[in-house]
Design a protein around this ligand. Sequence first.
Ligand code: ADP
Ligand code: MG
Length: 696
Amino acid sequence: MTYVPDLYGSLVFNEHTMQERLPSATYKQLMRTIRDGAPLDLDVANVVAHAMKEWAIEKGATHYTHWFQPLTGITSEKHDSFIDPTPDGRAIMTFSGKELIQGEPDASSFPSGGLRATFEARGYTAWDPTSYAFIKDEVLCIPTAFCSYTGEALDKKTPLLRSMRAVQEQASRVLALFGEECGRVSANVGAEQEYFLIAEKDYTRRMDLMLTGRTLFGYSPCKGQELEEHYFGAIRPTVSAYMKELDDELWKLGVPAKTKHNEVAPAQHELAPIYSEANRGIDENLLTMEKMRLLASHYGLVCLQHEKPFEGVNGSGKHNNWSISAGSKNLLDPGEHPMENLRFLVFLTGVVQAVDDYQELLRMAVASAGNDHRLGANEAPPAIVSMFLGDELGAMVDALIAGEDYNEAGRLAMDLGVDVLPSFLKDNSDRNRTSPFAFTGNKFEFRMPGSSVNLSDCNMILNTAMAKSLKDFADAMEGNAGEAFVEAATDYVRDTLRAHQRIIFNGNGYSAEWEEEAARRGLANHKTTADALPCFVAPESIALFEEFGVLSESEVRSRYEVKLEKYNKLINIEARVMRRMMRRLYLPAISAYAAKVAEHVAAVKAVAPSLDASVQEAQLARIMSGLSEAQEKFDALAARHKEIAGIEDAQEAANANAHELLPLMESLRATVDDLEILVPAADWPVPSYNEILFYA
Ligand code: ADP
Ligand code: MG
């Protein structure tokens, strides 16, 4: 076994390797680009490219790729070899600065939401030097942004980077007001990834899992998660071997995989890394997801990353742990001195304002066909965005809002514990698992994202909304100093918290009462993707993105189109798969079994007409009536499916999919699932939940 520190980052062109391999002047210039965003000139790029190539070849690489994240959300790559033939019939390996900095994938088959006309199929990829290059499967992967030739972002990374810059600028202004020497401000992300592992032999017999990622049929297993023995339980040997290989592979790639454990549902697991700067954290999450999928095959397993592979069984999420730091200082960490406390309160208030004002955008960012089955399903937070601050901090904020113990001098009184916040805040143990957006000591945990989502969208929104809050504060405070600043800032915090009080909710987010209460408070509750998406193109949203240069109006509109299109396509595929499975698997199997039972009845009657065959007859009657119900529902689904395919307007089609087609699909499923338990396993055409979820 290799010593882990030797393994860790061995396939990454990280700072350590750069320092080792680059001339010191080049290294310094590159660091200025990485840390301060200074432009990189071609001479430097040439030197970096050469060093990178030499390093990659030593590690066995033969190709390079610009690794990017188109609007599909998953990563894309096209491999180019380093070879350069020489006139004498040999080849040398080359890689220039230009090839490092910019690439030109044929972009015509990536979604652009109308941004890139098909005649201008070219897009280009541009190196993101703030995320390290790495080697994967003998290919040097260079993290890049993907844009059109007119400069519009065609990917998930570009707006995320823009939002990180926006929050950095505004946070620096706020820190300056506190007279603080601030190191580099960054938004950080730690993504807890949940997933299912099931046996390949079952997977390959389920067309629905293979084509849609979830089971479109299936009766609940006899045993679910009620005994709670799976969560944190001993990890099965095969799964454990898988997790070990996964850790090793991730560590080589410098992905700080930290925690692994079984999750609550049978066959469900989780991996949590140590957090990184947002763009790296997201790149690392995407790499983690890819490795999870690929390595499963080494163990005869399949890794499911869909939000809800099994109805009635907990789905998979991806908690987005988010914070802002300046240098080594976490700005969401309540400090030990009064001014640090005030600074903490200002940042906390900023988050409260951001989440309240842009709650619909946050919901929109995690909306997907898969996640619609999860949000609000008694296991994941509801589709309503609210914030949990914890008992101590919550009580303090309540007191602040109520203006209690607030004295003339503009300082918060000692007995509120604000001058020096109690240190147990940092170790907040009474976590509310039902809250979509919870303060967990020194960071916020956004729990709505689903397991398959690319976290760039929600972090782009969080960062931009936070930049807006901080800008408002900085604009309002400029000109105040010393005591006057403390007083004005304290007033600002109190007034802002008061104005955004409705977003704070410490109770049970899974309860029906909360839905009613949230409606009274005027909080949005968009249950489906079709309902959640339109806010993306609302004037307030476009104004926010434009104010901070994160997305232009046309970029917003194109993204909205792409999301709608993706949703409609997925539902369309699901409906198709459902119909195909009905026609080719379920209807024939149920009919065949009904014929078998009928033969039994006839056989019994033939042998001894006086015997009581009513049990078999009743069974036959149940199957036959189920069969005709299934046929009827199948016909209704097929008819509506065809009509919806003819709707031209994408939003209208999405509405019909969400509110008409999916309920028809649910209803058909229920009928078939009821038949599943009437038919012996040997006569049923696909493996059942029991078999899939409980394997040796
Ligand atoms: P859990 O939420 O399961 O109790 P932790 O709170 O320890 O576990 O951490 C969960 C995730 O939050 C980890 O990925 C961790 O790296 C990340 N995390 C911890 N601190 C921060 C922070 N300041 N900013 C962003 N993410 C963080
Ligand atoms: Mg967590």
